[in-house]
Design a protein around this ligand. Structure first.
Ligand code: HSE
Length: 326
């Protein structure tokens, strides 16, 4: 086995569920994390960016752990690693930060040893860790993902996001752990609620695939998780009910929250009005929050190998600076 220099990955954030598609629909968003990985004499982990504060810098770090899972699966040993990461994806806000770390760490480790594991294997491994395929699928493959998970194997279909669609997210300034947001969900639901969600998930997938923007608002309705999670996100009920009156095609809790995500037609004239409505609704609840316009990424994680041949020998931070300016 050879070690191929140094690997660098760029991995997108993601939203999950899109309303009714609980644990099945995911979508990649243009907010990113970058990871660099190489073999080292002694493990050293550098995490840059405000979002990374407080995370482990030893071998308990998630990036190190997922890299070792990849090496074990490939039957190779690379016990010591130098890892750097910069992320603009806020933690525990419903934008797939842990999925991006899992997918990015796995892709970087796999590239480092010559990419012996296929994307399908990485998807299964990442889903096993994350426990649902929606965020990891979107970060790995990009686009809009519809996925299933049987406990061992994840299957998916990727749809190209319609180019006229963009997303506006409102990110409240508080964290909400996925475990807490899953803890409030019922263990059983009625047949009528199941039918409500199945029909809307199918309609939403078909509407996104065929460009039927007129159906997005109705199709993003949910009875499986949002009503139960509303108590955890002040202002959420009003945002869900009223954002379409201010120019959103549809709105949903992003993953487990607390971020909310609006799908918006790029040609929409009321973008400022929509943004102001989101911020004001959160402010009325005493919650400071930031908005951010994002594109829907067609591409998932990208990997490049650098270092050994004298090409691309710029430092990790120089590379990030360049990326953030572009
Ligand atoms: N589908 C998951 C949930 C996404 O809603 O709990 C959270 O990571």
């Amino acid at each position: 086995m050879s070690i191929y220099g140094r690997s660098r990955v760029k991995v997108p954030a993601s939203t999950a569920n899109l309303g009714p598609g609980f644990d099945t629909l995911g979508m990649a968003l243009s907010m990113y994390a970058w990871i660099e990985m190489e073999e080292a004499e002694e493990t050293v982990i550098h995490l840059y960016g405000d979002e990374m504060k407080g995370l482990a810098l030893d071998k308990s770090n998630l990036l190190y752990q997922v890299a070792q899972l990849v090496f074990a699966e490939a039957g190779v040993s690379v016990p010591e690693l130098a890892i750097s990461m910069y992320s603009e994806i806020p933690l525990t806000r419903g934008l797939g930060s842990s999925a991006s770390a899992i997918v990015g760490g796995m892709a970087a480790a796999n590239a480092l040893i010559g990419s012996p594991l296929s994307d399908a294997v990485l998807f299964n491994m990442a889903t096993k860790l994350e426990k649902h395929p929606d965020n990891v699928g979107a970060s790995l493959f990009g686009g809009i993902i519809t996925a299933i998970w049987d406990g061992e194997v994840a299957d998916y279909v990727k749809l190209a996001p319609p180019s006229e669609l963009e997303a506006l997210v409102i990110i409240p300034e508080f964290e909400l752990a996925t475990t807490k947001a899953r803890g409030v969900l019922p263990t059983e639901i009625s047949v009528s609620d199941a039918v409500y969600n199945i029909s809307r998930t199918s309609l939403l997938t078909a509407a996104l695939a065929s460009g039927r923007f007129d159906l997005i608002g109705k199709a993003m309705q949910d009875r499986l998780h949002q009503p139960y999670r509303a108590a955890l996100v002040p202002g959420m009920e009003k945002l869900l009910a009223e954002a379409p009156q201010h120019g959103a095609l549809g709105i949903a809790l992003s993953g487990a929250g607390p971020t909310l995500l609006c799908l918006v037609d790029r040609r929409e004239k009321r973008k400022d009005e929509l943004e102001a409505f989101l911020v004001q609704t959160m402010a009325d609840q005493g919650i400071p929050a930031q908005t951010c316009w994002l594109s829907l990424c067609t591409e998932g994680v990208t990997v490049e190998l650098t270092g050994r041949n004298g090409m691309h020998n710029d430092s990790f931070l120089d590379m990030i600076k360049g990326e953030l300016q572009s």
